[in-house]
Design a protein around this ligand. Structure first.
Ligand SMILES: Cc1cc2nc3c(=O)[nH]c(=O)nc-3n(C[C@H](O)[C@H](O)[C@H](O)COP(=O)(O)OP(=O)(O)OC[C@H]3O[C@@H](n4cnc5c(N)ncnc54)[C@H](O)[C@@H]3O)c2cc1C
Length: 276
């Protein structure tokens, strides 16, 4: 953590994360937090993760932070059993509803998209409104998925997509992904759905700002430690900006995805190492 993960991760415990979240809130930024972890393959462990999320919801609410939670279904048992992941996430979403909090289900590798969207739909059909999920612009299937979800008036976060996927599944060319991203955001705004524009790509953020009928129609979302000056500039322009601010001892896979997106970050870590 000291070597540089702390730039992207708000510590290993919720006690570490709370002051970071409070500082971001004080700068006018909304936040969400995540207990880092994925691919849990042990029943008892999924129960502990679910209990931990229930505790995190209470702590964030008690601290009166402008913060909600984002979680991964494989952290709650999706690799073991979809039904188990459903009942675990439902418990968190129901608990969060009681505390007036929203829960976002992150999107993982393409093999999980079908089950993730099914789980999201089931939660909404069970009457839970305080839940949203994520669509990845790089997947060929996503425009179709969005059309299927729009009748639910979904709260969706649009991202480019963070995983290595084969060309049959995902667009290999960045220009195609960027164009698909812009189309998804336009489609959501035109349909009146709320869209979380989660990107550090200034061109796409400006495109969303121009396309939105009002400032309430969208929120810009960025990652903790990535383009913090841009985050604050957008707040100063009056936009709603959320900083996704994860914590937890299992930060390594998250960090490697951030490094993969921008090899310059590796240089940042190596410099920190050299300074020690
Ligand atoms: C709030 C949030 C939630 C996300 N949730 C998911 C999810 O559930 N599932 C999923 O698959 N992906 C998720 N992602 C990751 C996303 O898919 C991309 O991998 C990531 O955002 C990088 O793409 P970009 O949109 O910023 O555009 P890029 O074209 O990659 O980057 C645009 C510019 O932003 C800057 N930048 C981008 N990434 C970094 C970085 N790591 N470090 C420093 N600068 C950087 C650079 O200046 C770059 O030129 C999420 C991203 C955000 C912001």
């Amino acid at each position: 953590m000291r070597l540089g993960a702390a730039r992207f991760v708000a510590g290993e415990t919720i006690d570490d994360a709370v002051p970071v979240l409070r500082r971001l809130n004080a700068q006018g930024l909304a936040t969400n937090t995540t207990l880092l972890g994925e691919s849990v393959r042990d029943h008892g462990e999924t129960k502990r993760v679910t209990d931990a999320y229930v505790g995190i919801v209470d702590r964030l609410a008690d601290e009166r932070l402008r913060c909600n939670v984002a979680l991964k279904l494989t952290h709650l048992g999706l690799d073991l059993d979809e039904e188990l992941a459903y009942s675990n996430v439902r418990r968190v979403v129901e608990h969060a509803r009681g505390r007036g909090m929203f829960v976002r289900i992150d999107m993982e590798q393409s093999a999980y998209v079908e089950a993730t969207l099914r789980t999201y739909r089931r939660l909404r059909e069970a009457g839970l409104e305080n839940v949203g999920t994520v669509l990845q612009a790089y997947l060929h299937r996503t425009a179709h998925d969005l059309e299927e979800l729009l009748p639910l008036r979904p709260n969706l976060r649009i991202v480019k997509g963070a995983y290595l996927e084969p060309p049959e599944v995902a667009m290999p060319r960045k220009a195609d992904v960027d164009a698909a991203y812009a189309r998804l955001v336009e489609r959501m705004l035109a349909s009146g759905a709320f869209v979380a524009v989660a990107t550090h790509d200034e061109r796409l953020i400006e495109h969303a700002i121009r396309a939105a009928p009002s400032r309430d129609a969208f929120q810009v979302q960025m990652l903790y430690g990535v383009r913090p000056q841009l985050q604050l500039q957008l707040v100063r322009r009056g936009h709603d900006v959320l900083v996704a601010t994860p914590f937890g001892p299992e930060w390594y896979p998250y960090l490697t995805r951030r490094l993969g997106e921008r090899p310059a970050n590796l240089l940042f870590l190596v410099r920190n190492l050299a300074r020690r």
